[in-house]
Design a protein around this ligand. Structure first.
Ligand code: NAD
Length: 265
């Protein structure tokens, strides 16, 4: 099997990265940074997000596993003390694959000469205005739902629902629900302006189309990446056809991870 190990870059993560690399080579696996079948990350959720984006063009052929060298991560859920155990699992046991849904984002501009940009997000896409409030038409399944005015909107995946979405008061969704969630950032609500005010969860076959209305430059984020865009015509969000594949060697149920991360022992 071909594998690669990605590190956050600090001394501890780099040392662990080299140990894992050597162990797996000793077991006869081959190191292939270009076309790995397994990507092991050492660091935190940020390292995992970066690795996901590095290999998101070959998701069907890649399985991911994350080790955290800081606090428990949502994607990085193995601890450094378990590395030997994990390496033996990777080298010797057939592993189970668990798939989580992703968000597809297509950005179109008013300039017809610029082709639409397609992105995949593991956590979320956010849209904010770079100058004053964001004013955006929100269409769901082809119909105008509302005109949003406020700081911005966050469209998250189920596994991203515990990240930025949670800080915005969104619900935590189990990743077996192929869906996306729209959460508001400080909407303006008074007698003139009105939004629904609650997070919305859309199923797989529903598309959300955001159309910024005041021709201002908007800031779009995809996970940890920030993209600035002028003259955005629309941002189309829906559940992607692709999924991320996790290599699972032991049960670590989602709700247990939620409890350990947010409630503790
Ligand atoms: P970062 O290093 O500042 O990480 C932010 C925190 O989010 C870390 O503690 C990380 O463990 C946690 N995190 C990431 N994905 C998670 C998930 N799916 N569930 C629970 N926690 C998760 O920034 P980064 O490494 O560049 O990560 C980018 C992510 O940061 C974005 O995808 C966004 O979700 C998150 N973020 C959160 C807020 C907020 O909560 N107010 C604001 C901006 C960005």
């Amino acid at each position: 099997m071909k594998f690669t190990v990605k590190s956050r870059g600090d001394d501890f993560s780099n040392t662990l990265q080299q140990r894992i690399l050597q162990y797996l080579l000793d077991f006869g696996l081959s190191h292939d940074e270009k076309e790995p079948e397994m990507v092991i990350t050492v660091g935190g959720d940020g390292t995992f997000l970066q690795a996901f984006h590095e290999y998101c063009n070959r998701l069907e052929d890649t399985a991911f596993v994350g080790i955290h060298t800081g606090h428990l991560g949502f994607y990085a859920d193995w601890v450094p003390d378990e590395v030997e155990k994990l390496v033996i699992h990777i080298a010797k046991t057939p592993y189970q694959i668990v798939e989580y849904p992703l968000l597809e984002v297509v950005i179109r501009t008013n300039n017809e000469e610029i082709p639409p940009e397609r992105h995949l997000a593991l956590n979320e896409c956010t849209i904010k205005s770079l100058d004053g409030s964001l004013v955006s038409n929100v269409e769901i399944k082809g119909d105008t739902f509302e005109v949003f005015r406020g700081d911005g909107l966050c469209i998250s995946t189920p596994s991203g629902s515990t990240a930025y979405n949670k800080a915005l008061g969104g619900a935590i969704l189990h990743p077996s629900l192929a869906s996306i969630q729209i959460a508001e950032m400080a909407s303006i609500n008074n007698r003139v302006y009105r939004t629904v005010g609650s997070p919305l969860v859309l199923p797989q076959h529903h598309t959300c189309l955001l159309k910024p209305m005041n021709d201002k430059e908007v800031q779009v984020t995809i996970d940890h990446f920030t993209l600035s865009h002028s003259r955005v015509k629309s941002i189309q969000c829906r559940v992607a056809e692709e999924k991320i594949r996790f290599a699972r060697f032991r049960p670590f149920p989602f709700w247990k991870r939620v409890k350990e991360s947010f409630i503790g022992g």
